[in-house]
Write a protein that binds this ligand. Structure first.
Ligand SMILES: Cc1cc2nc3c(=O)[nH]c(=O)nc-3n(C[C@H](O)[C@H](O)[C@H](O)COP(=O)(O)OP(=O)(O)OC[C@H]3O[C@@H](n4cnc5c(N)ncnc54)[C@H](O)[C@@H]3O)c2cc1C
Length: 444
């Protein structure tokens, strides 16, 4: 069997490595345009910050691929003939395949305002963006970042680390409002401002203004405010990369449409990771998952199917984590941005504005349904267990220390968290806190 995989991001590479394990005799070819070898995309910002070198963000040594008989082709795939089962490449001969996996990732959503083509205006998705940004932000004093999500905060932090004044424009009334409840947005906005970022909510970019040489010189908001800018970072979102899928005539919507086995509309052709859209996601789940860990899970699952063991993709508990400057964020389970009927939401904040814990639970049986933690590190295995077992909120609060990475924090603040819970929900009993022994083991 010849398995051809397009894209060497986390999805494609996980599929290739898993397939090698499951099908030792298969021929496996990984095609990718961006880089010769796989690197960690979420680590891109650390290259700019100077914390890591390129070699550090490659999880596998360069010899790993040949050693595992994974053939690498550093080229763009320009077309697929699904009847003849061949992939055309921009350079080099076409590749014949028995099974094909598209793991083509995301591309930047194209801005609709005038000026995105000016020099010094760019998004931040891959290595070419890092190179441009490193070159174009040398010796500049002022930059503007547009769009409020996770890439926006990364750009703000990167620019700030080089002493560049950052104005960050967010169209919505509050930070990351499609994902975070208001208290989390407010805490983060204050935190971002404390780092010296000029963070402006309710502010929409109208136009980017250029100079005579075609370089950005300023931005104008929709209310007419003009802000000088020598560089503009566009963080207004990504969308599935459909170029190859469309060229191949596959069914697409927002992403490449796939069934529960991650198979596309063409037999023998699969899609996974950021580029895929589930035709029938389970109720309440998203159809397009654009996360590192879901890419890895989809890559692993589809490899089983590709190797002759049909396996339905099941994501399991929702999980995400990020860093806002030095503030950690983790979420497990479901914590909607807006209140939901039947779900109660408890929120505790430290008076210093640097720690927040939100616990959501069913009003009917008090089973915990999700957690948001800011400025606290929670253990994934503990939370997955509590969510899976539908643990009552009173028991979760009693055992909270089991999920906390930092025993000092637990000792200091968990009594206050429990007191605050009893104040907000006086009719719900909180179990007796468990004692903890050496190494944080529960004693009883
Ligand atoms: C700056 C940044 C920070 C992020 N941080 C986080 C984070 O902290 N946590 C998190 O969960 N997620 C994060 N993400 C999202 C995460 O990186 C993606 O969800 C994940 O990388 C998707 O993996 P993938 O393998 O599906 O696609 P990608 O990593 O996008 O890889 C797809 C590859 O396919 C190649 N390709 C596409 N078309 C072709 C073609 N026709 N021919 C050849 N090659 C092609 C592309 O060049 C690309 O290299 C971040 C994303 C960015 C951009």
């Amino acid at each position: 069997m010849h398995l051809v995989i397009i894209g060497n991001g986390i999805t494609g590479v996980t599929a290739a490595i898993t397939a090698r394990r499951l099908a030792p005799a298969a021929r496996i070819t990984l095609v990718s345009a961006e880089s010769a070898h796989h690197y960690s995309r979420p680590a891109l910002m650390y290259l700019y910050l100077g914390h890591l070198r390129y070699a550090d963000v490659k999880p596998y040594e360069d010899w790993f691929w040949a050693e595992n008989r994974l053939e690498l082709v550093h080229a763009e795939a320009t077309g697929v003939d699904t009847a003849a089962r061949t992939v055309q490449l921009a350079t080099g001969p076409a590749l014949a395949y028995d099974k094909l996996l598209l793991a083509t990732g995301s591309v930047m959503r194209q801005p609709t305002w005038p000026g995105p083509q000016l020099a010094g205006v760019q998004g931040f998705i891959g290595l070419p963006d890092l190179e441009r940004m490193s070159r174009d932000t040398q010796r500049i004093g002022r930059a503007v970042v547009v769009g409020g999500g996770l890439i926006g905060v990364e750009l703000a932090e990167m620019l700030h680390s080089r002493g560049i004044h950052v104005t960050w424009l967010v169209r919505e009334a509050r930070y990351w409002q499609s994902v975070l409840p208001p208290a989390e947005s407010a805490l983060l906005a204050a935190h971002i401002r404390r780092h010296g970022i000029d963070f402006q909510e309710n502010t929409e970019l109208g136009e980017v203004l250029g100079d005579a040489r075609g370089r950005v010189r300023a931005v104008r908001t929709t209310t007419g405010q003009e802000l000088p800018a020598e560089w503009v970072g566009v963080a207004t979102g990504v969308q599935p990369n459909l170029t190859l899928a469309r060229a191949a005539g596959l069914a697409t919507d927002r992403g490449i449409l796939v069934d529960a086995l991650l198979e596309t509309s063409a037999p023998g052709v699969y899609a996974a990771g950021d580029c895929a859209q589930h035709r029938q996601p389970p109720p309440g789940e998203v159809a397009v998952e654009q996360l590192w860990y879901t890419g890895r899970m989809q890559g692993e699952t589809v490899a089983h199917t590709l190797c002759g063991h049909p396996t339905v993709y099941r994501r399991g508990q929702w999980f995400n984590s990020a860093k806002f400057f030095n503030l950690e964020y983790q979420t497990y389970g479901r914590v909607p941005a807006q209140p939901v009927a039947g779900i109660a939401s408890f929120c505790w904040q430290h008076p210093n504005g640097k720690h927040l814990l939100r616990l959501n639970f069913e009003e009917s049986d008090q089973a915990v349904t999700g957690v948001n933690a800011l400025g606290l590190r929670q253990r994934q295995d503990v939370w997955e267990g509590w969510l899976r077992e539908k643990t009552p909120i009173g028991n979760v609060l009693a055992q909270l220390a089991a999920a906390n990475f930092d025993p000092e924090f637990a000792r200091q603040h968990e009594p206050a968290i429990r007191r605050e819970f009893t104040r907000q929900f006086p009719t719900i009993a909180v179990g007796k806190p468990r004692r903890r022994g050496l190494l944080g083991l529960q004693l009883g």
